[in-house]
Design a protein around this ligand. Structure first.
Ligand code: BGC
Length: 737
């Protein structure tokens, strides 16, 4: 069944969008993800499979990165001696050299998590074959991946040859991570095991090919890999089915000694279930996720599809069975940002999961709990107390932000300061965590794990602030707007620290009242003396919050308005950021803002920050100065604009956010999905247009839907219960269950 507005389609083949589409057509199951690379070779493709948690620091690379795992996709097909490949589109010559593609369609069914490619191909012999390539990575059994290729002889009686293998000779854009590659094979089965060369993770994959003809495996010595192959003849109108089952484990799942056995056991059980059985279980699992994650928008097909697309990408990236890994800025769909985890996860990706899949949100928050040692180490190394989370995080929990950029066009590298100065991340984590607690009422999580994070990061801030000029200040910061580096008194940071310390005190009160033994344990362990808590109160009362009384606006940081003013809207139409147009060194001395900064603060704190007229002044001041050089920006603007009644801007920003990956309007989707923009879109819709918030008695909405929308229906969990809510235009709120 083909559901409306659930499928991403490429028709016909767009070779110029090869890498962009590889990212969009990624499939995954929260354990691993694989880009939409083809089964056969294609020049310029970036075959990438990434398994959560497998990081390695290769020689010649500045920092550790998430490793490109073996390529399990290759299935090469030859038709009457012509290798099947995407060549000579629509060439109707009767015997085209190299063959010709006569038709092509690729569809990703978001509802079922299944990728299908159908191609009509004419071989040099003239034989015409219809090939369909279907694949999924099981959401039901996350160690199982499967491919089904169907060949139909449309014209002629072609001789078909099939070759399948697993390719461990893969790199991260040239960086070598794998060593000690070993292979094993018999008949239709192959296994490949290798280790990362610095961190020592072991990865194993095994495959089993089921196909007509005599299936056998031989060593391809030239390429150092076993190849499973078969051949058979098809008569006109005949169909052949080829199945490849793959199992995958790492030493994060089983001991290296047990790994080979596990690979084959899993393969046997997959074969026992059969392709259809595996697919059914996979689809049932997806249906259960969509039951709460799907948001339905009536009256705007583009937005509807965009929402489903981003939700799909969040769901395939979020770990289900593992609370020791987290989602990187580009999810698992590309090599961008090296798989590193930023604030993107907590403030953009976790909130949609908190509302719709709280179990997954908890996993992501636990990743930070398990990395407290790294955060404490960073604080200590910088001369502070408590826990200071790294700006970029991997498996170790240590700071992994590179200190230098890749070479610029003129060859020089730019110093990256975010790892030193973008310190607000510790508070972003606390914000996300407390939001999770308030919505879910997961006291167990809070008491056992979460409270320690909130309190020890508060300890960090207590030691980080500087008492100067009769008030508290924080110097050398980078706020969300990364164009302005090492500034003093970023309003985002200063104000969020006040919020953080306040919440930490409230949390302690709650613990004292509700879990006194745990309160005592934490007070002792984190040294929460009365003097320390008094200092927190003093900081709350005396923190410097830059504000212009005359204009009634918050100041992003003192000195901001003294810099050169650049009218950002005059730089339209543009595909580049204004920073790229003006150059790094000039733009950092202007008022051009990379992304929602004061506006981000407004999204997080709303009217707790200031009365509505001040918020409006802020928006009108900062919006025309922002070039949205970060994909995180438009959705936050949509959210805040909608809440301020700036409907046109809200919708424009929402559309912009929804197009970031689908239309590649930043030109970098080849490096992976923008995970934060995805989660941001979800939040812009619920917190912005629907005005969703948590009231005293549960979820409340104050909708302000775009004029042409008829309704929005969504589900949120509140304290373990599903609440189904429908808001309509003109405004009405209908709980539907
Ligand atoms: C943004 C950051 C973001 C990072 C990773 C940067 O361009 O400015 O806010 O965390 O990308 O997505």
């Amino acid at each position: 069944m083909r559901r409306r507005l659930w499928t991403l389609e490429e028709f016909p083949f767009h070779p110029e969008k090869l890498n962009h589409y590889e990212t969009l057509f990624t499939i995954g199951n929260g354990y691993l993800a694989t880009r939409g690379t083809f089964e056969e070779d294609f020049d310029g493709s970036m075959a990438t499979t990434m398994v959560h948690g497998v990081f390695n620091h290769a020689q010649g690379v500045l920092v550790p990165e998430l490793v490109n795992s073996f390529n399990w996709l290759p299935i090469h097909i030859t038709i009457d001696g012509t290798p099947f490949q995407l060549i000579n589109q629509n060439d109707t010559t009767p015997n085209p050299p190299g063959g010709a593609v006569l038709g092509y369609r690729r569809t990703l069914d978001l509802y079922r998590g299944v990728l299908l490619r159908e191609v009509l191909f004419r071989a040099e012999s003239g034989a015409i074959v219809r090939l369909s390539f279907e694949r999924f990575v099981s959401l039901h059994d996350y160690h199982v991946l499967a491919q089904h290729i169907q060949l139909v002889a449309v014209d002629g009686n072609p001789e078909i040859e099939v070759e399948s293998f697993i390719d461990p000779h893969v790199t991260n854009a040239g960086a070598q991570h794998w060593t000690d590659i070993t292979t094993d094979y018999d008949d239709a089965r192959v296994s490949v095991i290798a280790k990362t060369n610095q961190s020592g993770y072991t990865l194993g994959m095994a495959s089993h090919l089921v196909a007509p003809g005599k299936v056998e495996t031989v060593m391809d010595t030239a390429n150092q890999r076993p190849v499973t192959r078969t051949s058979f003849t098809l008569r006109t109108e005949e169909t052949a089915d080829v199945y490849k089952f793959i199992s995958v484990f790492t030493n994060r799942d089983v001991s290296p000694v047990a790994l080979p056995g596990k690979l084959f056991d899993k393969l046997d059980s997959a074969l026992g279930s059969g392709y259809d059985g595996l697919l059914q279980a996979h689809e049932a699992e997806w249906a259960a996720y969509w039951d709460t994650s799907d948001i339905q928008i009536e009256g705007d097909d583009t937005s509807q599809f965009a929402l489903r697309f981003v939700t799909y990408h969040i769901l395939i990236a979020a770990p289900r069975h593992d609370d020791d890994v987290s989602v990187g800025a580009k999810t698992l769909s590309g090599l961008g940002y090296k798989g590193h985890v930023f604030w993107d996860t907590e403030l953009f990706i976790v909130p949609p999961l908190t509302l719709t899949q709280p179990r997954l949100a908890r996993n992501l928050l636990m990743y930070r709990y398990h990395r407290l040692a790294g955060a404490r180490h960073k604080a200590q190394a910088n001369g502070y107390e408590g826990a200071m989370f790294p700006w970029e995080s991997t498996d170790t929990g240590e700071e992994t932000t590179p200190q230098w950029s890749d070479p610029q066009p003129d060859g020089h590298r730019i110093r990256i300061w975010t790892g030193d100065s973008e310190q607000h991340i510790s508070t972003d984590i606390a914000y996300s965590l407390l939001q999770y607690w308030h919505w879910t009422g997961d006291h167990d999580f809070l008491i056992r794990y979460g409270a320690e994070i909130v309190l020890d990061t508060a300890v960090f801030w207590g030691s980080r602030v500087e008492h100067k000029n009769g008030r508290y200040e924080i110097s050398q910061q980078i706020g969300p707007d990364e164009y302005h580096e090492n500034i003093d008194n970023s309003i985002f940071t200063n104000r969020m620290v006040v919020w953080h310390l306040n919440e930490a005190l409230k949390l302690l009160d709650w613990l004292n009242a509700n879990a006194p033994a745990d309160a005592k344990r934490l007070i002792q362990a984190l040294d929460l003396t009365p003097a320390r808590l008094d200092k927190w109160r003093d900081i709350i009362a005396n923190m410097f919050i830059p504000f212009d009384e005359k204009q009634q606006i918050h100041i992003q940081f003192p000195g901001f308005f003294e810099m050169e003013f650049i009218p950002v809207p005059h730089y339209e139409p543009r595909t580049l950021s204004v920073q790229a147009i003006l150059g790094h060194y000039r733009s950092i001395q202007t008022q051009v803002i990379k992304q929602a900064d004061v506006v981000m603060l407004m999204a997080l704190l709303g009217e707790e920050l200031a009365p509505r007229d001040v918020l409006l002044n802020n928006f009108n001041t900062y919006y025309p100065r922002t070039d949205h050089g970060s994909s995180l920006s438009p959705a936050m603007h949509a959210w805040v604009a909608s809440q301020l009644g700036l409907d046109e801007i809200a919708y424009e920003m929402f559309e912009h956010a929804g197009a970031i990956d689908l239309h590649d309007n930043k030109g970098n989707v080849r490096d992976g999905i923008h995970g934060a923009a995805s989660g941001g879109l979800f939040q812009a819709l619920l917190f912005g247009f629907c005005g969703l918030r948590l009231g005293e008695n549960g979820p409340e909405v104050t909708p302000r839907l775009p004029e042409h929308w008829k309704s929005v229906s969504f589900t949120v969990y509140y304290r373990g219960e599903k609440r189904r809510i429908r808001v309509t235009n003109p405004v009405a709120v209908v709980p539907t269950a």
